[in-house]
Structures are given as C-alpha cells and as structure tokens.
Design a protein around this ligand. Structure first.
Ligand code: ADP
Ligand code: ADP
Length: 229
C-alpha cells in the first residue's frame, strides 16, 4: 500500500520523450532521493506527481487515489502533495506568516486564528518564527526556503516533493535548509528529493533512484551507491 505508486509512466514534450516507462513505489514515512544528470527527467517526474504536468501513458496514484486532471482531482492533489521549488516561489509582498496561512485558509477553509497558530508552530520548527511579521522578500535565501517548507507542511500533505531545494543557495543557507530536511526525514515525513547533495542522500535517504535519459537506471539503498566508509 504505497503512498506513491507510478506505473509505466511515459511523457513526451512534442516528439521528445522525457519519461520512458517509469514504474516506482514509494512507501509512507520514507525519504527517497532522485538523482541523475541534467535533463534526465527528474523534475518532469516530480511535476507529474503533483499535477503540474500531464502525461500520455501510465498511471500515478497518491495515497491509493489515482491522479487525474479534472478540477476536483487537481484540487485534491494540491492538498495531498506539497512541493518545495528551487526558487522558493513565495509571495514577496506578503508577510512570512501570511505566506504560510494563505493556502490553508483558501483551500482548506481554516479560520485565520487557527491557521496562524499552526503556522507559528511550523515557523518555529524550521527556525524562522522571529521573522513571521516581515515581508518574505526581506529574508535571506535560506530563510525563504525554510518558509517555503513551512508553507508546504501547513497543508498537512501526504508527501513532500523537493526539486533541487538547495541549488540556488549559498553554502551557509544550504546547511540551514538541509538541517530542516534531515529533521523532517528523521521524523518520518514521506519525501521525494531531487538533489545533487550526495552527503544528504548518503546520510538520510532510505533509497536512491538514479535516472538517465528519462528512465530509472538504478535504484537501491545509499550504501550500494556510495562505498565510502
Ligand atoms: P528548472 O528546473 O531549472 O527551473 P525548468 O523546469 O523550467 O527549469 O526546465 C527544465 C529543462 O527543460 C531546462 O533544460 C529547460 O531548458 C527545458 N525547458 C523548459 N521549458 C521548456 C520548453 N517550453 N521548451 C523546451 N524546453 C524547455
Ligand atoms: P532534470 O530535472 O533531470 O534536469 P527535466 O525533467 O527538467 O530534467 O527535463 C527532461 C527533458 O525534458 C530535458 O531534455 C528537457 O529539456 C525536456 N523538457 C523539460 N521541460 C520541458 C518543456 N516544458 N518542454 C519541452 N521540453 C522540456
């Protein structure tokens, strides 16, 4: 009973085949790292899992429910699958707190007070509670990415997808964000992470999936990939 089940998924951009017959099961409470060269289809696969891309062949199910493209199915998917992007995608003209409470209030119909209490708890967890009242654009990159993680968690998704969450950050910020991701993984959050941070993969991932040219070419425990002591 996998949280994410992908069966024979293929996707073309015009005549270019970006995903070739991908099949994959991701169990609840596990952290999976997706790696592989640029252009191998990692980002496309994540975007199929959260309804940002349509595909031509195959099936995806999240929490046992088949993913489809009717408005109601997409609304459900946006609720059940959280996404953290390389470039944060926060609303710069909103405060940190409003960025985190916006979706729960609009999509889930939560009251302001209730959603703010939950948001403050999440902002504390990711270490940026003291900045809750500032405009998100006033924060450093590492702080903004931690806000983006809190925003994704605020929807209480079944799974969190990360698309190169540290690639746009300076080294100090990379560490801040990885520390939060390590904490999430260790506390049993279901996560799929596209990253080039092989230290993270080695220490935290339950499974590493290696993609090339739109296919899964290797999958295994991190110690099968990294034979460091
Ligand atoms: P990133 O993941 O870096 O934010 P994108 O997801 O937008 O970038 O694009 C990933 C890759 O797909 C890049 O190599 C980009 O050149 C290519 N790409 C994106 N959109 C298009 C498009 N409309 N037509 C052709 N190639 C595209
Ligand atoms: P990765 O995340 O592994 O770098 P992507 O999933 O971004 O790879 O891209 C896979 C392939 O699909 C690349 O060849 C890329 O150029 C192409 N691609 C990605 N997005 C688009 C798009 N919107 N239109 C056309 N081609 C795209």
């Amino acid at each position: 009973n996998a949280t994410i089940a992908v069966r024979s998924l293929s996707k073309w951009y015009g005549s270019w085949r970006a995903l070739r017959d991908i099949s994959l099961d991701i169990a609840g409470g596990t952290c999976t790292v997706l790696c592989g060269p640029s252009g191998s289809g990692k980002s496309t696969l994540l975007r199929c899992l959260n309804g940002l891309e349509e595909w031509q062949q195959g099936e995806v199910a999240i929490g046992g429910v088949a993913v489809g493209y009717k408005a109601r199915e997409l609304r459900r998917l946006r609720r059940d699958v959280g996404m953290v992007f390389q470039h944060f995608n926060l609303f710069p003209h909103l405060t940190v707190l409003d960025n985190v409470t916006l979706a729960p209030r609009i999509v889930r119909g939560r009251r302001r007070g209730e959603s703010e209490d939950h948001a403050m708890h999440l902002l504390e967890r990711v270490g940026v509670a003291e900045h809750a009242g500032k405009l998100s654009s006033a924060l450093s990159g590492g702080q903004q990415q931690r806000v983006a993680i809190a925003r994704a968690l605020a929807m209480q998704p079944h799974v969190l997808l990360f698309d190169e969450p540290t690639s746009a950050l300076d080294p100090e910020s990379v560490k801040e964000v990885l520390d939060v991701m390590i904490d999430l993984a260790r506390s049993g959050t279901t996560m799929v992470v596209v990253t080039h941070e092989m230290g993270f993969a080695r220490r935290v991932a339950g499974r590493v999936i290696f993609m090339d040219k739109g296919s899964i070419v290797e999958t295994g425990a991190p110690d099968e990939f990294f034979d460091c002591p």
